[in-house]
Design a protein around this ligand. Structure first.
Ligand code: SIN
Length: 285
C-alpha cells in the first residue's frame, strides 16, 4: 500500500492526512502512522471520504472501544440501529430533530468531561454542509498550559474543577437534569485542571466547559475570576485551528488535550454529521 501523507494545517494544531480511502480496511502499519500523527497533531482531517455507517464504525474502532454518546435532550439515540453513533444535525423530519446541537453556536468544550472517564477522542464525518457558517474550531490545550504565566501555573497546580453535566454545548438541558443556580451544586465529575496526557506524557489544561464550572476549595468569586482568566487564555486564536467543512470530511480529535466549538449557521440550510467517540484509558493526573 502506498504511504500516506501527513501535512500540518496550522501553527497550533491540525494536520491533513491524504493518500488513504477510509472505507477500505486500513493496514496495521498505516494505522500506526495515523495514530502517531493523531498524537502529534491532535486533530486529523481526511478529505473526500464517503463512509457508510458501518465503515465509519469500523474506522473508529481501530482507535479503541467505542463510547456511546452522552444523554441527549430527547432521551433516546438518534440512530436506534447504531446507538454507539451520534448524529449532529439541525434537520427535522416530521417536526422532530434527527440529530443534536441544532444550528446555533456550540460553545467551547471537551466532550463528556462531566463523567469520571471522558472519551479519549471523537470522529465527525460530514454528510451535508451549509453553504456558509458552521465552521468548527479546535484549541490546543498543551500550548495553552505551556504558555500560561508561571504565577497562574502555580495557582492551579493540584487543583480540581467540577465539570457540570446539565447542559450540552448548544446550551440545551440534557434529559433528566434540572437548572443549576449555584455552580458549587452542579452535578458532574471532578478533574485536575492540569492533566498529564496518558500517551504523550505532556501536561495540558483540562477545562471541560465554562458554564457552571467551579474550582474546588476556592471561594466562588475567586474560582469565577480564575476560571475566566484560564478560559480567556486557553481559547486565544493563536492556539486554535479552524475547520471549514466539505462534504466527505472526516475529522478525528484527541479529546484529552483539545477543546472545540462550532459557529452558528443559517437555520434554513441543512447540516448533517455522523459522529463516534472512543473510550478512554483512564487519565492519570
Ligand atoms: C461537536 O461538538 O461534536 C459538534 C461540532 C460540530 O457540529 O461541528
Amino acid at each position: 500500500m502506498p504511504p500516506i501523507q501527513v501535512k500540518k494545517l496550522g501553527g497550533a494544531l491540525g494536520a491533513e492526512v491524504s493518500g488513504i480511502d477510509l472505507s477500505r480496511p486500513v493496514a496495521a502499519e498505516t494505522f500506526a502512522e495515523i495514530r502517531r500523527a493523531w498524537l502529534d497533531h491532535l486533530v486529523l482531517r481526511f478529505r473526500g471520504q464517503r463512509l457508510s455507517d458501518p465503515q465509519l464504525l469500523a474506522f473508529s474502532q481501530l482507535f479503541g472501544e467505542l463510547d456511546p454518546p452522552g444523554p441527549n435532550p430527547y432521551g433516546k439515540p438518534f440512530l436506534p440501529e447504531h446507538p454507539e453513533m451520534n448524529v449532529i444535525s439541525n434537520i427535522k423530519m416530521g417536526g422532530a430533530p434527527i440529530g443534536g446541537l441544532g444550528d446555533g453556536e456550540a460553545i467551547w468544550h471537551a466532550d463528556m468531561t462531566y463523567v469520571e472517564t471522558p472519551p479519549k477522542g471523537a470522529i465527525l464525518h460530514a454528510l451535508e454542509i451549509p453553504p456558509s457558517g458552521g465552521d468548527t474550531y479546535w484549541a490546543n490545550m498543551y500550548l495553552a498550559y505551556e504558555t500560561l504565566p508561571a504565577e497562574l501555573k502555580n495557582r492551579i497546580e493540584g487543583r480540581k474543577a467540577n465539570h457540570d453535566a446539565t447542559y450540552n454545548s448548544a446550551g440545551v438541558m440534557r434529559k433528566g437534569y434540572q437548572e443549576v443556580t449555584d455552580p458549587r451544586n452542579a452535578p458532574g465529575a471532578q478533574h485536575e485542571l492540569v492533566r498529564v496526557h496518558p500517551e504523550t506524557g505532556r501536561k495540558c489544561l483540562f477545562l471541560g466547559r465554562r458554564r457552571n464550572s467551579c474550582i474546588l476549595g476556592l471561594p466562588l468569586a475567586e474560582s469565577e475570576a480564575l476560571l475566566d482568566e484560564l478560559w480567556e487564555h486557553a481559547t486565544r486564536a493563536q492556539f486554535t485551528f479552524r475547520q471549514q467543512w466539505r462534504v466527505g470530511d472526516v475529522l478525528i480529535w484527541d479529546n484529552r488535550c483539545t477543546l472545540h466549538r462550532r459557529d452558528p449557521f443559517d437555520p434554513n440550510a441543512r447540516r448533517l454529521m455522523h459522529r463516534t467517540q472512543i473510550k478512554a484509558d483512564r487519565l492519570r493526573a
